[in-house]
Design a protein. Structure first.
Length: 150
């Protein structure tokens, strides 16, 4: 499993701290190479992280902007990505274990809170209960244009 992290100018400092801490702790983490400037656009960071997440089904992504909303919307436009904006470690657990999220988004957190959320996300298994897998498959089917349940 590899981690990919990206952030616009409003999340750059937190992303840098997270990257350095997680790297120091031995996680296989790569940060986006898109330059951060005052005029950057959060979708660019979301799309870059998501394309790397899709390289292997075990990969996970972390995207950060001012509050996590815009960047999560952008990430969810990438086919195959299920991104959840999270604010607590419980959100991170449910996002991955119930909803199969492969990317999380947030913003405006302390390093301590962000680390707790990210580590929970990493350590939480993907769904294995039938009800969760059934719901995720409906999302995948709809995304691929084959859902006929409506």
């Amino acid at each position: 499993m590899k981690l990919f992290i990206g952030a616009d100018h409003r999340g750059a400092d937190l992303a840098k701290e997270l990257y350095e801490t997680l790297k120091e702790e031995g996680y296989d983490i790569t940060k986006t190479e898109i330059p951060t400037t005052e005029e950057d656009d959060y979708p660019d960071f979301a799309f870059d992280v998501c394309k790397h997440v899709l390289e292997n089904k075990e990969n996970l992504g972390i995207v950060i902007c001012g509050n996590g909303i815009g960047i999560s919307i952008a990430a969810n436009k990438v086919k195959g990505i299920r991104c959840a904006r999270v604010t607590t470690k419980e959100d991170a657990h449910h996002a991955k274990n119930h909803n199969g999220a492969n990317v999380i988004a947030f913003g405006g957190l302390s390093l301590e809170d962000a680390l707790e959320i990210v580590k929970t996300f990493i350590e939480t298994p993907f769904p294995n209960e039938e009800r969760h897998m059934r719901r995720i498959q409906k999302i995948i089917d709809y995304e691929q244009g084959v859902y006929n349940g409506l």
